[in-house]
Design a protein around this ligand. Structure first.
Ligand SMILES: CNc1ncnc2c1ncn2[C@@H]1O[C@H](COP(=O)(O)O)[C@@H](O)[C@H]1O
Ligand SMILES: [Zn+2]
Length: 348
């Protein structure tokens, strides 16, 4: 099998660690939701961006507002979460950490509690139906909502971590990076860390976050989302790079998302190269496979063709991601075994 073949990437066992639930909804599922809610007058072009198109990050965030109108009840959440899990499994993802921001919608009776319970129910149903994928959940804090909501969300996440039988493993910090400052969220993030939640934080997704990243890296987070502007060549600093390297914090990299959202000018200028060349743990991810019209196989193929990776390099990249998961040790060992068994067959 060669690195040109789409089949190779689909068959490659993969780990997905950075996927926002509502950004991952496929166009097929969107069609269903639009049919259910014709009065919203939402059309296909409003919930997804084609891969050849470019948008500002702000325009990308407008898309989430539209999607949130379509996904606003427990029933919707169950539908999209199950579909997203099944789609990742069909794409050869063996282990998935899904993340989502619990929302409250008075009109439909949705509460944050029900929101999380419903995602967990979707995960349970997929498992029961034999979908070949291990799914964990990260509760997301939207930075736009400020410190009080962040603290509330952390408490919820802690409760669910204790009663979900290991499915809730961590906390994500996301949302429009141009809004708010991470320093106001530090007490909530610190609390999350203290109670045993793993931290996956969007960091330096835009250039103006140097001070914030310095602060957040002191926690430290267990993984970094994007980290686009950490290194000095793009306005970051040696101190930021040192912190990331010394603590060996894996970086979740989302090529298509960054190029469509124009925080990275082109694929060949993606910061994957910088960190990969240093031997730093880099994990390829989709971010929002629905919004950015991609899947994880395509992201691997893109990275391989852009950075001239061999089939062996691609294999190692996907295997290395196992060590970056928030899964308990026995699950990591199970995944390592699965990779070892599949290697012969796929990497001929
Ligand atoms: C493009 N880069 C990005 N940067 C930061 N946050 C992002 C994001 N993409 C998605 N989200 C976050 O995920 C939410 C949608 O999924 P959920 O409703 O939580 O499942 C968005 O509202 C935003 O908070
Ligand atoms: Zn993200």
């Amino acid at each position: 099998m060669d690195t040109e073949s789409a089949l190779f990437y689909r068959q490659l066992p993969k780990v997905e660690l950075h996927a926002h639930l509502n950004g991952s909804v496929s166009s097929e599922t969107m069609d269903l939701l639009m049919k259910r809610k014709p009065h919203l007058n939402i059309e296909r072009g409003m919930t997804a961006i084609l891969r050849e198109q470019r948008r500002s990050l702000d325009e990308c965030f407008q898309v989430f507002k539209v999607i949130h109108q379509l996904v606003d009840s427990g029933e919707d959440i169950l539908l999209v979460a199950k579909a997203v899990i099944q789609e990742f499994a069909a794409d050869g993802v063996k282990y998935l950490e899904l993340r989502s921001t619990p929302r409250e919608v008075t009109e439909t009776g949705l509460t944050k509690q029900i929101y999380i319970e419903t995602v967990l129910e979707a995960i349970r149903q997929c498992k029961q139906e034999g979908v070949d994928i291990d799914v964990r959940f990260l509760v997301a804090v939207d930075r736009r909502h400020g410190p009080e909501v962040a603290m509330e969300t952390v408490k919820l996440a802690e409760d669910f971590m204790l009663c979900s039988g290991g499915t809730v493993v961590g906390l994500d910090l996301s949302g429009d990076p141009t809004v708010g400052h991470g320093k106001t969220l530090l007490p909530a993030l610190q609390k999350a860390k203290n109670c045993g939640l793993k931290l996956a934080l969007h960091l330096s997704e835009v250039p103006s976050q140097r001070d914030e990243s310095e602060l957040l890296l002191n926690l430290p987070p267990d993984r970094i989302g994007h980290g686009t502007f950490l290194h000095p060549e793009v306005g970051g600093s040696d101190s930021l790079v040192d912190k990331v390297c010394k603590q060996n914090i894996p970086i979740e990299m989302c090529l298509t998302s960054n190029v469509i959202g124009q925080t990275v000018p082109s694929y060949d200028k993606h910061h994957f190269q910088y960190w990969y060349n240093r031997g730093h743990p880099c994990v390829l991810c989709t971010d929002d496979k629905g919004v950015f019209s991609t899947d994880l196989s395509q992201e691997y193929q893109l990275a391989a063709s852009t950075f001239k990776l061999s089939a062996e390099d691609v294999w190692n990249l996907s295997q290395q991601a196992i060590g970056c998961t928030f899964a308990p040790e026995p699950i990591k060992q199970k995944l390592e075994k699965m990779w070892a068994e599949l290697k012969q067959q796929i990497l001929q």
